[in-house]
Design a protein around this ligand. Structure first.
Ligand code: GLC
Length: 819
C-alpha cells in the first residue's frame, strides 16, 4: 500500500545510462572447444562461451574479466541437454557454429553475434556498433532492431501486449493502483519474443539483478537488455513458431504442475472477511443463490495481529470446525501468508526462526528488521534450503485445520518503512551457500517463498496437489504457483489492460494467471463487474477480490438483474470445466498456455501483433471480452478458417473483422470449426458430482480434425502413475457421412458410469440414419430422452443432431448418414 518513489528515481537513473562509460567486447583472438557443443572464445581479456543446447537453443555467456562465475540459476532446471550435431567453420573474419536449424555466426573484428536460419537469413544479430558491453558490474547487449519486428512477453507488464518502443525494468515492486505505464510491477520474467514476418525467436536473459529492457525507446534501430550485476547470460530460442519458442523455454525452466480441479472453479476473496460469521454468510450466499464457487479466502485479518501461521481466536474461535463445515459445503479455504514474521519474542515463528538462523541478516550479522502489516518484522531467507523446510513445516496446523489454498503476498518483498520499499540491498542471503547481497536475490524472493510454500504443503498433505497463489515471482515460478496481477483498479481501462497482462504472463511461461475480478481498488458497479467476470471465465485463475473499506463486491451485490447474469457467467465456467481442465493439462505437459494471443496460433496474421483484447483459450475458443461501458456489440478479428458463434452456433468465415451482438449477459465467444468441445452439467463446486453427462459438441470443420480430452481424479498425484482418462477424438466430414471416432481410452482412471451426449451442430437436414460402430442407432423423440437413453434425435430449429449413449472406453465410431 505504499508507492515506490525511490523506484521511479532508480529507473530514471538506469534509463539514462551514458554509453560513454561502457566498454564493448573487442576482437576475437581464438577459440577452443572444451566439450562437444561448447565453444570458448577469447576476445581481449573477455571470454565468450557459446553452448549449443539443441539445434534451435543456444546459451551465450560473457565474462568481461575472462573468469566465469560458477554456474547457478534459480530458473533453469534442465541442464542435461543431449548432444547435438554441430559443425564449425572459420572464414576470414567469421566463426560459424551450425546445427541443422541455425548458424551462430560470430564476427571477429570486433566480436558480434548473429543467429541465422538454415537458409542463411538473419533471425537476430548484435548491433554492429555496440554489441555486448560492460561498465563495472553492469552488463548489456545491444541488438539490431528491424523496423518491422515486434516484441511480446516480459512477464507481468502493464499497458499493451506489444512492447516495441518501450523501456522496461525488472525489479519486483509493490505498486498498488498501478497504471498502464507503471513499471516495474510485482513479477520478473526476463523472457521475450521477437516476431517478424510470422517468424518468432525468443531470448531469456537469466539475470536476477535489477535489469532493464529497452525495446527501441532509446534508439530507433536498436534494442538492448542488461543488468546492474550478475553477468551477461542469455538463452536464444530460434523458433520459428512462437509455440516452439515457448515449448523450449519451458523445457529449460520447467512447466506448471497440474493444478487441482477445484482451483479452476470460481474463487471468492476480499480484504477481509473479518470473522467466522461473515465467512459462513458468504458461503451461504453462494449456495442459497445457486452461484457456483469452490474457494473462499481469508485475507490478513484471520491472523492474530498479522502473525503468520496463527489465528485470531476471537473472530475465528474454532478454525478447524469452520474450515471443516466449509468443506462439507463444497468449499476449500485459502489463507493469505506474507513473508514478514513479526519480531515478537512471544511468537513461536519468530523464536524458532531466530533459533534456526532463518532470517535475513544485515552484513553485521543482526537480522534485517522492517515494517509490514504486523509492525516490525524479520524476513525468512528463502534462498536457504533449511529455511524453506522450516517455513513449510510451519503450515502444519493450518493444513491440519483443513486449509488447502496458500496465497503468498507482499513477497517482492515489500517493506513499508525504508526508502527502497524493500529489503536493504546489502542484506546477505544464503543463496545456497554463495552468501550474496539482496541485490542479487530480490527478484527471486517471491518465487522461492512460493517454492517453500508449495514444497512444504506438498509434504504435509502428500495425497493432494497444492494450490499456491503468488504476487511476486521470477522466471520458472510457475513450477510452484499461480499468479495474479496485484492491486488493480475497478475501471474499464484496467479490464482492457488485464487481457494484455494475462496474455504476456501466459506466453512468458506462467499459464495459471488471473486478475482481481471487478478491480481491487474502487467499486465497479454492475456492468463492469459482469463484464470482468465474463472475462474471468477465460482466465485460468478466476478470483473476485476487493480492497478493505469498499462496498461488497460478491457476484450478487449489484441488483437482481446482474445476479442472474453473474450466475449464468459462473455457470458457463463450470459447464466448460472439462475443456478448461484439458487445456490446463496440455499447458502442464507442453508449456503452451490456456490464454494465447492470436499471433501465437496465427503468427502470419499481422493483425495479431496489435490485437490484445481478444485471444484464444486453448486451441478452440476465441474470446473477445467487452471492455467498453454500454457496449452492446463487439467488433473483433476472426482468424482464418471458419468459426461458430458460441451462443447461436451461427457460422462465420474467418480472415476478417466481424461485429457481433454482445448483450450484457453474453461474452462474445467463438468456437473453431473442427473443434470437439467437451462440457458438463453445472455443479455448485468442482467435486459436487461426477461429470454426467459428458457433452461433446462437434463443430464441423474442413475434411478432418482432431481433438484431445483429458480427465483424472482432479486432486491427487495418481495421474503421474497412469491414473488418467485420455482419449483422442477425430471428426471427418464428407458428402456421404459425418464420422466421429472416439479413440480407445488411455490410462487407468475410470470415472463413474455416465452418459455421453454428442451434439453435432450445423447439420444440413435430418440424417437418414445414425450408426454406432456400424449398427443403426434408434431415433428417439427428444422429449422422451432421459438418463441412460440410447438413441438420437434431430432438432430442426437449431439444426443439431444429438446422440446419447452410455460411455465406453473402447474405440467407437459414430456416423451420420445423410438422406
Ligand atoms: C495487498 C494485496 C491484496 C491484499 C492486501 C491485504 O495489497 O495485493 O490483494 O488484499 O495486501 O492483505
Amino acid at each position: 500500500m505504499r508507492r515506490g518513489c525511490f523506484i521511479a528515481v532508480l529507473m530514471l537513473v538506469s534509463a539514462v545510462t551514458a554509453y560513454a562509460q561502457w566498454q564493448s567486447v573487442g576482437d576475437v583472438a581464438g577459440f577452443t572447444t572444451p566439450r562437444p557443443g561448447e565453444f570458448l572464445i577469447d576476445a581481449g581479456a573477455a571470454k565468450l562461451r557459446v553452448n549449443v543446447l539443441a539445434a534451435d537453443v543456444f546459451r551465450i555467456r560473457l565474462a568481461p574479466s575472462g573468469r566465469f562465475t560458477p554456474d547457478a540459476s534459480w530458473a533453469v532446471i534442465k541442464t542435461d541437454w543431449p548432444q547435438v550435431e554441430t559443425s564449425v567453420r572459420e572464414d576470414t573474419g567469421l566463426l560459424k557454429i551450425s546445427t541443422s536449424d541455425v548458424t551462430v555466426e560470430i564476427r571477429k573484428h570486433p566480436l558480434r553475434i548473429a543467429f541465422l536460419d538454415s537458409r542463411g537469413i538473419i533471425i537476430n544479430q548484435d548491433d554492429p556498433r555496440k554489441g555486448m558491453a560492460w561498465n563495472g558490474d553492469e552488463v548489456r547487449v545491444w541488438k539490431s532492431m528491424p523496423g518491422d519486428e515486434y516484441y511480446i512477453g516480459f512477464g507481468e507488464k502493464a499497458g499493451r501486449m506489444q512492447r516495441r518502443g518501450t523501456h522496461m525494468t525488472m525489479w519486483n515492486s509493490d505498486i498498488p493502483a498501478y497504471g498502464a505505464d507503471t513499471d516495474p510491477l510485482y513479477e520478473t520474467i526476463p523472457f521475450f519474443y521477437g516476431i517478424r514476418n510470422g517468424r518468432a525467436y525468443g531470448i531469456f536473459f537469466d539475470n536476477t539483478f535489477w535489469s532493464s529492457f529497452d525495446m527501441g525507446k532509446a534508439s530507433r534501430d536498436q534494442y538492448s537488455f542488461g543488468a546492474e550485476g550478475g553477468g551477461l547470460d542469455y538463452y536464444f530460442f530460434a523458433g520459428p513458431a512462437p509455440q516452439q519458442v515457448l515449448s523450449r523455454f519451458t523445457e529449460l525452466v520447467g512447466r506448471m504442475p497440474l493444478p487441482p480441479l477445484w482451483s479452476l472453479g470460481y474463487q471468492q476473496c476480499r480484504w477481509s472477511y473479518p470473522n467466522e460469521a461473515r465467512v459462513r454468510e458468504i458461503a451461504r450466499g453462494f449456495r442459497e443463490r445457486q452461484i457456483p464457487c469452490d474457494v473462499i479466502y481469508l485475507d490478513i485479518d484471520y491472523m492474530d495481529g498479522y502473525r503468520i501461521f496463527t489465528w485470531n481466536r476471537q473472530n475465528f474461535p474454532d478454525p478447524a470446525r469452520l474450515v471443516g463445515d466449509l468443506r462439507k459445503d463444497g468449499f476449500r479455504t485459502a489463507v493469505i501468508v506474507d513473508p514478514g514474521i513479526k519480531a515478537d519474542t512471544a511468537y513461536h515463528a519468530y523464536r524458532t526462526g531466530l533459533a534456526g538462523s532463518h532470517f535475513l541478516k544485515n552484513p553485521d550479522g543482526r537480522p534485517f528488521i522492517g515494517k509490514v502489516w504486523p509492525g516490525e518484522c524479520a524476513f525468512p531467507d528463502f534462498s536457504r534450503a533449511a529455511t524453506r523446510t522450516w517455513w513449510g513445516e510451519n503450515f502444519k496446523a493450518l493444513a491440519e485445520a483443513g486449509v488447502r489454498g496458500w496465497w503468498n503476498d507482499m513477497n517482492e518483498p515489500c517493506v513499508f518503512d525504508v526508502p527502497t520499499k524493500t529489503i536493504d540491498l546489502g542484506v546477505i542471503h544464503d543463496d545456497e551457500g554463495r552468501k550474496t547481497p539482496h541485490s542479487a536475490n530480490h527478484n527471486v524472493y517471491g518465487m522461492e517463498m512460493s517454492r517453500a510454500t508449495y514444497e512444504g504443503v506438498r509434504a504435509l498433505v502428500p495425497g493432494e496437489r497444492p494450490f499456491v497463489l503468488t504476487r511476486a515471482s521470477y522466471a520458472g515460478g510457475h513450477r510452484y504457483s499461480s499468479a495474479w496481477t496485484g492491486d488493480n483498479i475497478a475501471s474499464w481501462e484496467h479490464l482492457d489492460m488485464a487481457i494484455a497482462m494475462c496474455l504476456n504472463l501466459s506466453v512468458s511461461g506462467q499459464p495459471f494467471v488471473g486478475t482481481d475480478i471487478g478491480g481491487f481498488f474502487g467499486y465497479p458497479g454492475g456492468e463492469l463487474f459482469a463484464r470482468w467476470l465474463q472475462f474471468g471465465v477465460f482466465t485460468p485463475l478466476m478470483r473476485g477480490h476487493s480492497v478493505i473499506n469498499e462496498k461488497n463486491k460478491e457476484p450478487w451485490e449489484y441488483g437482481e438483474e446482474f445476479t442472474v447474469i453473474n450466475r449464468e457467467t459462473i455457470n458457463l465456467r463450470y459447464r466448460l470445466q472439462p475443456y478448461i481442465y484439458t487445456v490446463m493439462e496440455e499447458a502442464s505437459a507442453t508449456g503452451v498456455p490456456a490464454m494465447r494471443p492470436l499471433l501465437f496460433a496465427y503468427p502470419g496474421d499481422r493483425n495479431g501483433i496489435w490485437n490484445d483484447n481478444e485471444f484464444l483459450f486453448g486451441e478452440d475458443l476465441l474470446v473477445a471480452p467487452v471492455v467498453q461501458a454500454g457496449a452492446t456489440t463487439r467488433s473483433l478479428r476472426l482468424p482464418e478458417g471458419a468459426w461458430f458463434y458460441f451462443w447461436t452456433n451461427q457460422r462465420y468465415e474467418g480472415g476478417h473483422d466481424v461485429t457481433v451482438p454482445a448483450p450484457p449477459e453474453r461474452i462474445p465467444l467463438f468456437v473453431r470449426a473442427g473443434a470437439i468441445l467437451p462440457t458438463r452439467q453445472v455443479v455448485q463446486h468442482a467435486d459436487q458430482a461426477p461429470i454426467d453427462p459428458l457433452t461433446i459438441t462437434v463443430y464441423p470443420g474442413a475434411l478432418q480434425s482432431h481433438s484431445r480430452y483429458y480427465e483424472d481424479d482432479g486432486l491427487s498425484f495418481e495421474f503421474e502413475k497412469g491414473a488418467y482418462f485420455r482419449r483422442s477424438t477425430d471428426q471427418r466430414n464428407s458428402p456421404t457421412a459425418t464420422t466421429l471416432t472416439f479413440g480407445a481410452v488411455e490410462g487407468t482412471y475410470r470415472p463413474p458410469r455416465r452418459d455421453v451426449v454428442v451434439r453435432f451442430v450445423d447439420v444440413q437436414g435430418e440424417p437418414a440414419s445414425v450408426e454406432v460402430d456400424g449398427s443403426r442407432l434408434r431415433s428417439v423423440a427428444r422429449s422422451a430422452a432421459g438418463k441412460e437413453t440410447e438413441g438420437w434425435w434431430y432438432d430442426s430449429g437449431d439444426r443439431t443432431v444429438t446422440v446419447q449413449l452410455p460411455e465406453t472406453t473402447n474405440e467407437r465410431r459414430i456416423r451420420l448418414l445423410p438422406k
